[in-house]
Design a binder for this molecule. Structure first.
Ligand SMILES: [Zn+2]
Length: 111
């Protein structure tokens, strides 16, 4: 199953609404298990974000921890957000245009 949650390690140039912090951890179960990868922790991050109804996670930070309690654990935390579209369909030609536009760039209709 693929989750449509976009991940950013910084703050993207998009409009968004913050939902809250998400923090996840992936740890190798034993000394012999495979070391968790960024892909593993990203998947958990997307799962956690989708439960909040988010469409993205921004300002993600990864931390790798090695201790007796957590064998090769990988942590990720970020802010769950909902990206707000700045585009809408033109009422005349139905092409996606910017909310701030006064004239459609496709058909030239006054808005
Ligand atoms: Zn148009």
């Amino acid at each position: 199953m693929t989750l449509h949650i976009e991940l950013f390690t910084g703050e993207p140039e998009l409009e968004f609404r913050k939902l809250g912090k998400v923090k996840v951890k992936v740890a190798a179960a034993t000394n012999f298990s495979k070391t968790p990868t960024i892909e593993d922790v990203n998947f958990k991050l997307q799962e956690a974000a989708s439960k909040l109804g988010a469409t993205g996670v921004i300002n993600i930070q990864y931390t790798r921890g090695i201790s007796a309690m957590s064998w090769r654990a990988l942590y990720a935390e970020g802010e769950a957000v909902v990206f707000e579209s700045t585009d809408y369909p033109c009422p005349v030609c139905a092409e996606q245009i910017k909310k701030a536009a006064k004239k459609c760039r496709f058909c030239g209709a006054e808005l």
